[in-house]
Design a protein. Sequence first.
Length: 281
Amino acid sequence: MAAIEEDNGIYHYKPNSGVCIAAAILFGGSAAYHFFQMVQKKTWFYIPLVVGSFMMTIGYISRYFSAKSPSSLMLYIAQSMFIILPPSLYAATTYMIYGRIALFVNAPSASIIQPTRVTKIFVIGDVIAFLMQASGGGMMVQASMASLGQKIILLGLFVQLAFFGFFLSVSLIFWKRMRSSPARFSVPVYGKYTWMTLLHVLFAASAIIILRCVFRVIEFSQGNDGYLVTHEVFVYIFDALPMFIVQAMFHVHAGDVFPVSFTARKLAGGDSEACIGLNHM
């Protein structure tokens, strides 16, 4: 990663420090509120989302300092990794919420993958993608391994995209089956939102994260001199803005859908015969 211009250091442009501060404030405010919601409602399965939210905040704080010291490779890698990695954590929370929805409506058989296995299968894929991207970022610190690190990050993004695309298909099939079942009307409302509202949030978040992954795949595919990486505006349009929208959407909280006594483990051990009758759909 040789310097592109003396004034801009590693960057192909002069980073906008003001936008970094604004992004850090927005992500930080959302992260703090997510932490408050999680603690208040004791929804500990939101931990990955909360961690990812604070990581994104740190990412833009790091980007601010990187803009002030554009020749610092460590600051450049730090801001890049703290911004690239959080969507994997958002995805993990999405998987866990989906499994709980399927159990909450007493319809595990409406899911083509058992709800208790959804979290395990997709989170494992998410962890693989996360570790690949993190290791690739670590390699990029060494100039001799920067190219290989970039390729590993790209491969990690492909893995994330594949698992998330499959998850979206699974959740859409679940929604289609539930939509055609009269059982959906028998699910009581315990909080401010219905389970269907929460499921729609998952759909929207999944679609946005997938589009963001596509952007990052194209960006890394173009290489260090590609059009996307040489224009800062695209980072904010196709990464910062979509990811903030995802964070904001998740303030439609599962704690406002599920009853206080709800635990996925308890329902998972329930009578499977009580599930909705898919044969009547």
